[in-house]
Design a protein around this ligand. Structure first.
Ligand code: NAP
Length: 161
């Protein structure tokens, strides 16, 4: 079993100039870290450092970034300095923030901002279990038990034919 706890720190760009220095520094201080690399081969020197864990991911592939961030509390976001860097940095920030990722996706497929915000808020309600609450308003107002959706569908089946 590793002497190191599960890493809470992610280093992206770990094979780059800064990443190499940073990973060596963390290792020398016995701080566990996860290094994001593009292939196991490119990360093999880093993998030798005590406390290192490798994760293979690509800034251009958001699904891999979401996996790379699992269990992580802090990330050093080092990208290269190409014209893609800004979008790549956005991809990482979105992946670290699922509501933002959902918002970005809804806007990208054509939802207006106000509607995307409403949906993100609705989903947050569902995630917190708040939408599971059954209100008694109907019973209080009518004195009757609410009808289930199944029963409603059977009662009104003719109307939908
Ligand atoms: N070095 C400096 O003195 C300095 C000074 C000021 C600011 N900065 C800024 O700091 C940042 C990092 O600098 P650096 O010199 O360490 O950069 P670098 O040596 O060019 O390293 C870039 C890192 O990004 C990784 N990378 C590139 N494309 C990727 C992708 N699609 N998915 C995942 N990883 C990818 C590279 O991995 P691969 O090994 O697989 O290519 C590499 O590890 C840059 O934005 C730079 O402008 C650097």
């Amino acid at each position: 079993m590793s002497a190191f706890a599960s890493p809470k720190i992610l280093i992206t760009g770990a094979t780059g100039n800064i990443g190499k220095e940073l990973t060596a520094l963390l290792s020398s201080r016995n701080i566990p870290f996860r290094a994001l690399v593009r292939s196991p081969d490119s990360g093999k020197e880093i993998a030798k450092l005590p406390g290192a864990e490798l994760v293979v991911a690509d800034f251009n592939d958001p699904a891999t970034i979401i996996s790379a961030l699992a269990g992580i509390e802090r990330a050093f976001l080092l990208t290269n300095s190409s014209e893609l860097a800004e979008q790549q940095q956005r991809n990482v920030v979105s992946a670290a923030n699922p509501p933002q990722a959902l918002m970005d996706m809804l806007i990208a497929i054509g939802f207006p901002v106000w509607q995307a915000e409403g949906l993100v808020e609705d989903y947050a309600h569902y995630a917190r279990g708040e939408a599971a609450t059954v209100a008694n308003d109907f019973r209080d107002l009518t004195g009757e038990a609410p009808r289930s959706f199944d029963q409603f569908a059977m009662d009104y089946a003719q109307a939908f034919k």
